[in-house]
Design a binder for this molecule. Sequence first.
Ligand SMILES: [Zn+2]
Ligand SMILES: [Zn+2]
Length: 238
Amino acid sequence: MFRFLSTELDRILWTLFYPECPVCFTPSQPGGTCKGCLVVVPIQGPLCSDCGLPIKSSEIRCGACCILTKQFLQGAQSLLWLTEDSRKLIHLIKYEKRFEWLRLFKQIILTAQPPIGFEDAIVIPVPTHPKKFFERGFNQSEIIARQLATQWKMPLNLGLKKIVQTLPQSQLNRGRRTENLIGCFSWNQKKIPSKVIVVDDILTTGETLYSCARALKNKGVESVFGWTLFRTIPRDVS
Ligand SMILES: [Zn+2]
Ligand SMILES: [Zn+2]
């Protein structure tokens, strides 16, 4: 424990007194990235009312949001684009446990508004399998969901569980992504909430949110909305 604390302290002191950009390692202001690295890039409107991607001002929906709006998931929203630089920073936080960089994202999450019509919902993070949680020591979706639940004054609930260990979605193509997640999420509480906001770190094809929504709706949840901190950049958005 003390060793862990002293390592953390070292890192914080290093960040303060020997500031360098965590993404490209050039000198920068303490505790931040350099001006050239794009880490916090908000997704700006007007946005599709279903999937949260930018649309032309004359449109209401983007017409490309097939998976997200099918049957189980009412809609989805993301706060930031997943740039190459933010991907590198997430890797640093997730795999090298450089949690001091989380604060860059904590600040921007403070600007997030609850999805319209879900002001009375409960917040549920996308769960990780217990074995993975044990290996990693944390669930990044839970960290984000906790902050959102506090700032939106909504209850946080950890009743959605991952009961099957699956292959990482990032290693699979679109078809295999759906298959990979079938039956892997389960709601383990008697009480069935009416509205739920499912929170994840990154939205790529939406399959993970969709599978969580399917598990919840099959238990009788009335409506489910997906919220992620990052969204991968579609090929047609520059
Ligand atoms: Zn940089
Ligand atoms: Zn859309």
